[in-house]
Design a protein around this ligand. Structure first.
Ligand code: MN
Length: 233
């Protein structure tokens, strides 16, 4: 576990991302877990588990699924500093990973077998997530990749338990677990590309059409009259 690759790819004079120079505190605390939704060249979800002072990291193009019958491709990428897990903001365009980053989920994780290093070596890591959005038992299984992806290609799968569901959680829970903002809000607040960021948010045009915008006024009047009907934020 080393941050050499992480640092090689980045210019910390230009990007606000943490350099990882402040060593991870070795207090007797739980291992952190985070998923960062990242609107870079392609939208993806960076799945990170703390281990031995760094965040082991996988890029999951479609994000996690709560459905145990769905396997999500997870490409292992370079280890990240532990304090990277708190990073939400904009990586300047032209820099490595340029685009908007959201802390989509955060919490802690516990391995389901005691030897994490051995499980990683075997390519079969079972663990429990204690996040704000993701809970319960999951597994990362290494699969056969080709060429440059050889050894880097894993599958992220939900185990069957009370937290398994067919709910499409990346669609139903699009906001930051840290700040409740959408990608476009984060881009706007940090001087990023709002239009690019918004393509990673739920389709607002579809939503507006569903609300039948021409009769918006009468709809909201009706909603008020009905009382207790919450306005969509
Ligand atoms: Mn990323």
């Amino acid at each position: 576990m080393s941050l050499t690759k992480y640092r090689e790819k980045r210019n910390f004079k230009v990007s606000p991302e943490p350099s990882g120079d402040s060593p991870a505190k070795k207090a007797d605390r739980q291992l952190s877990y985070v998923i960062q939704k990242h609107r870079a060249t392609q939208l993806h979800y960076d799945f990170r588990l703390e281990f031995e002072g760094v965040l082991l990291s996988w890029a999951v193009p479609k994000g996690p699924s709560l459905d145990p019958s769905v396997k999500r491709l997870a490409m292992q990428v370079e280890d990240h500093p532990v304090d990277y897990g708190g990073f939400e903001g904009v990586i300047p365009e032209g820099e490595y990973g340029g685009g908007t980053v959201m802390v989509w989920d955060m919490g802690t994780w516990t391995p389901e077998s005691p030897d994490i290093a051995e499980a990683l070596k075997k390519g079969d890591l079972k663990f429990t997530l204690h996040g704000k959005k993701l809970r319960g038992s999951w597994v990362l299984v290494r699969t056969h990749g080709y060429g440059s992806s050889s050894g880097k290609s894993w599958l992220l799968i939900k185990h069957r338990d009370e937290f398994a569901s067919t709910e499409d959680i990346v669609a139903t829970e699009p906001k930051s677990a840290l700040s409740k903002r959408l990608l476009a809000d984060i881009a706007r607040d940090s001087g990023g590309d709002v239009e690019k960021a918004s393509t990673g948010d739920p389709n607002t045009q579809t939503r507006a059409a569903g609300r039948n915008s021409p009769t918006k006024k009468s709809t909201s009047t009706k909603a008020r009259a009905a009382g207790g009907k919450k306005q969509r934020r």
